[in-house]
Design a protein around this ligand. Sequence first.
Ligand code: PMP
Length: 326
Amino acid sequence: MTTHREPLGSVLETVGETPLVRVQASPEEVPVYAKLESFNPGASVKDRIGKYMLERMLERGELDPGGTVIEPTAGNTGIGLAVAAGQLDLEAVFVVPEGFSVEKQRLMRALGAEVINTPTAEGMGFAIQRAHELADELDNAAVPQQFANPLNVEAHYETTGPECYEALEGRVGAVVVGCGTGGTLMGMGQYAREQHPDTLVIAVEPEGSIFREFLDRDIEEGEYKTEGIGTHDTSTNELFDPELVDDVYAISDRDVHQEMQRLAAEEGQLVASSAAANSVAARRVARAIRDGELEAPHDAVVTVFPDSSERYLSKGLYGSFEEWTG
Ligand code: PMP
């Protein structure tokens, strides 16, 4: 494993090889381990796909040095792509519907990217369309489109998955990860199933999200505050393969809120809402394995803490439940 003790030439070399840390509240017999993705230079799991997608697109000639990468994104993917683009001699343009987090847009601009806002009412579909129009107008421009790009899955199949197995010497019984695009879970899940066909692969979503429709569950759609995971339109989740998934756990905003505070106070983990949802779900899976309700080939459960709470402090994240959801 790379230790990052040797001098490095650029921050791109620090993407990945994040620490895998035990969730202390998990059962001793079936420990949960979380990948701390805020250790990446852009401080989220999305640095992995930013680097991986752009390097592969350059290799394949889909983009040439000096070209422009255009992505419709309001979040961590923009930051991850901007970090990588800056180091790979590429321009970055992000099409962001108005009303999304100003902090993240500032970080994208600080990294040298251009941010183009589209009307909030037109939604993300319009931003995607605008990104493709802009790419068509330019020479040497491409839209990675994380929701539809198999390189998103491949990044995690090649890095996040193997890193967990290496750290745990292969003893991974279950992979429990929240889905936005589904890239993290699909990549880690595919890798896990190749190591042992009975490895449990469990998706996590907020209550109110509708990933469970993929498993033909009858569910009630609603609003949720947990950020970065969940969907209201499964037709956009082109990468999510229900065949790979044993179950989908839905976690309430209440449980997420409580777990975010607990992780900070008891475990020194300053993580955001999707990490807390993953932690709640992974601990449930671990208890179910311990109690014989679920069967897994090994005892360890792995999950991911995608980003840090610092990115959301202005959203009342460590306030009361009402302050956070209000
Ligand atoms: N958590 C956060 C904070 C994210 O930004 C994302 C990406 N939307 C995820 C979790 C989910 O990751 P993926 O897109 O790989 O499913």
